[in-house]
Design a protein around this ligand. Sequence first.
Ligand code: ZN
Ligand code: ZN
Length: 137
Amino acid sequence: MQDPRISPISIDIQRAAGIARFGWADGHETTYDAITLRWLCPCAYCRGEAGMPGWLDSNPTLTPAQVTLTDVALVGTYAIQCTWGDGHASGFHTFMLLREMCPCATCVADRERRHADHAAGTASPEAARHWHGGSGQ
Ligand SMILES: [Zn+2]
Ligand SMILES: [Zn+2]
């Protein structure tokens, strides 16, 4: 059975507003704006391959057309394929990527914590306390 964290139960694409919303089977919701989604494009052209940097690695200034979502198609049960205003459509954003890079405050904080743990080698008691602390009660 697929991980509920990366199983979308709803996908809501608002092309005019440039918003893509995903509701996941574990109850979490992820909302992307089109610009963020374009920067996440995982295709070989944008990301590079075989150790070569990709187009997005050159930190380009994206044109309005390049961040206009013109179409979104489901790819099997694991990804979406975005078509952009400049015709670019070679990137498959997997649900794993979309969940992993979720821009909500909770997930951003979670990634920073994991990054800090990783940098420290192992999770320190300090980090554990930070994680379990919390809600201000
Ligand atoms: Zn791309
Ligand atoms: Zn999130």
